[in-house]
Design a protein around this ligand. Sequence first.
Ligand SMILES: [Zn+2]
Length: 255
Amino acid sequence: MKISVDFGHCLSGADTGAASQGYREEILTREVGKIVVNLLKKAGHDVLIVSPDSGMTSVSQSLQYRVNKSNNWGADFFVSIHFNSGGGYGTEIYTFNGKIIDRAKKVLDRFTALGYINRGIKDGSQLAVVKGPSCPSMLVECCFIDTNDMERYSSVNMGKIIAEGINGGTIEGSSNNSGGDIMDKNVYVQTKTLDTDGVDGIQVNKYMEKFLNKNFYVKANGSGILFESQYMTLDEANKVKSNLGDEFLHFCFRS
Ligand SMILES: [Zn+2]
């Protein structure tokens, strides 16, 4: 089957997503989406990433780009991945006219099993990426970026649920929620954006230990400082997570 995967929003330009608690929607949609892409390929599907990362001058241009790319390719199914905001809780999926399609139902049921509130399958007829594709489409709002929904955030779990929901069955090699064979050695860790407490910088030595003396990258923005590690095994990443305590933000996976 030919499947278009749309990572919600762009990394820069006109169509960036919601941001809260140190998270950015456009990064989360790519973390989850890349796992969806890898697993669907693993299951033998043809997959096309239809989202642009940058260069869009308006939201409508960004949305139309995705729809056109998918329609020109002739996809059989379109999935758009997003995170909600506004202070709510749970998972919801948009389909054309709110039609209860099997894939949407499967995905929603399994998000609910992860502990998320089931907000239902809703009418997405007004959404460009639901009404525009010439094939069936669903837009998944995984959870809320601005509430403690994010405590259960896992790109691995969410990506697996979405991919297997679309596939209609388990995808081999992805059964281990802690990472599985395809993810191991490809984990990196990000900290929360750290407040420098009025000091001009942070004490790097302390973090070298916390990061097991692995390489890490220090990034600053207007609100503080973020650390990102080099790739590690899942075991190492878990050690770094416990070393960081409250400063841990999330794991990212690449394969
Ligand atoms: Zn969004």
